[in-house]
Write a protein that binds this ligand. Structure first.
Ligand code: C2G
Length: 439
């Protein structure tokens, strides 16, 4: 019996996939099809896969060509599969010519002619989301670079009210904000917090989706108004806090919630920065510590312990009239938590989740989580988890934004509207100096 194996994502299953499987089957007697897992696709740079793994497996199954379907989860798995399934022929489309020659050491390698004129990328890109950018904070450059890794999305241009600011080359500059909005389906708003509310409202009233930088705001009524406005117009409104969307952070939350370290009784998250040598520049870049960085520890605390805290207290060191080092303490029913943020002081930027059976340790920078450890009294039980964090991480949020728009999803579980409002409520309390001790 000749055993054949082939692999693919098989997203938005089309004729090219069908013909490939048909010919792969004809190469032998038994066909094994490896369908890539979502995580593996992200690791190999495929970010906008539309269909779920189950849908993709079902579509392969429906063709009737596969005798066996397996999931491809890691680099190097092809060699393991060829050995363990005793495979005679590895085959894949001609777009991969040469790439898999190294498998020739284990079995025969056949490249089948790729079907011309059709691809999942083309299908996905048929209805590209037209995206505009309003603002030109420093992060815009990184955002544009990250956008290049996301398919189904086309950058229309930037509007920036500061004429002195240079715009990235190859990006169209619009002189009027309304003209940009008119030409887009969705807008990424990247402006100082004080200017954001009015612009977001304008974009929503024009019927366009909004992705805004963190924090979402520091005025609860205004935040609610924007969310309700988006809902009433069936528009997506999302906050672009990268950690919320990245794989390792989400695995960490799932593992913590599943009880592997027992009941969670304390969460300690720190994010400290010194971006510039002099404080004035530092303040200009970042603003105060709570408003510029508070969203990160709040995310970790609320995701792990929920939003129902019984008490919150703030401690802030003030320099030049701005909070440069702050601690936010929470009490929950049965747990406590604290976040430390700084724009002019430095300490370890780690995250520690204390449980009744052990703890989770995430080394700095935890907000770009790639690795974390579960640690116990008996060190033999310790385990380490690794997940890739691609580029600057902004792509994870952009992908979710585009997906929500395309699928007509108004809320997302990574950073829901309830999460956003909890964040804003804390920042509003801080702004109004409720429960703040200055030092
Ligand atoms: N294919 C084809 N003709 C097309 C499109 C795709 O023959 N018009 C083939 C591809 O060459 C591949 C298979 O269909 O053999 C699945 O394609 P994708 O889903 O795009 O998967 P791909 O990213 O090519 O992954 O480990 C995964 C494999 O390396 C292949």
């Amino acid at each position: 019996m000749t055993k054949v194996i082939t692999y693919g994502t098989f997203d938005l299953f089309h004729e090219g996939h069908y013909k490939l499987l048909e010919r792969a089957k004809a190469l032998g007697d038994y066909l094994i099809v490896g369908v890539t897992s979502d995580y593996f696709d992200k690791c190999r740079g495929k970010f906008n896969v539309h269909d779920s793994l189950m849908t993709r497996v079902k579509n392969v199954e429906k063709t009737g060509f596969a005798d066996e379907i397996i999931v491809e989860e890691y680099f190097g798995q092809k060699i393991d599969d060829i050995k363990s399934y005793d495979v005679d022929i590895f085959t894949v489309g001609s777009d991969w010519i040469g790439f898999f020659d190294y498998l020739g050491e284990y079995c025969k390698v056949v490249y089948l002619e790729r079907t011309k004129g059709i691809s999942s990328t083309e299908i996905r890109n048929a209805n590209n989301v037209k995206l505009g950018i309003i603002g030109n904070e420093d992060i815009v450059k990184r955002f544009v670079q990250e956008l290049a890794c996301v398919s189904s999305c086309e950058l229309i241009g930037i509007y920036c009210n500061d004429e002195d600011k240079t715009i990235l080359p190859n990006v169209t500059r619009f002189n009027y904000m309304d003209k940009l909005i008119e030409n887009c389906d969705a807008v990424y708003v990247n402006l100082p917090l004080s200017e954001r509310y009015a612009v977001i409202k304008n974009v929503l009233l024009s019927g366009k989706h909004v992705l805004t930088e963190f924090p979402f705001g520091d005025d609860l009524d205004k935040a609610k108004e924007l969310i309700e406005l988006a809902d009433s117009k069936n528009l997506v409104i999302m906050e672009g806090l990268k950690t919320a969307y990245c794989p390792a952070f989400n695995k960490l939350i799932s593992i913590a919630k599943s009880g592997l370290v027992g009941n969670i009784i304390n969460v300690e998250a720190k994010f400290t920065q010194i971006l510039a040598d002099d404080l004035d520049t530092q303040i200009k870049i970042a603003g105060g510590s709570v408003v510029s960085l508070g969203a990160y520890p709040l995310l970790a605390i609320f995701k792990l312990l929920g939003n129902d805290y019984t008490e919150v207290k703030f401690y802030s060191r003030i320099e030049n009239g701005v909070d440069t080092y702050s601690k936010i303490d929470f009490s929950f029913d049965g747990a406590i938590a604290s976040g430390i943020v700084a724009i002019n002081a430095k300490s370890e930027g780690d995250l520690v989740v204390t449980g009744t059976k052990g703890y989770i340790y995430v080394p700095a920078p935890w907000w770009k989580t790639e690795y974390f450890e579960l640690r116990y009294e008996d060190i033999n039980k310790n385990s380490k988890y690794f997940y890739k964090f691609e580029g600057e991480g902004l792509r994870y949020g952009i992908v979710e934004f585009i997906k929500c728009i395309k699928d007509g999803k108004k809320n997302n579980m990574f950073l829901s509207k309830e999460d956003i409002l909890s964040e804003v409520a804390v920042l509003e309390r801080y702004k109004n100096s409720t429960d703040v001790k200055y030092f």
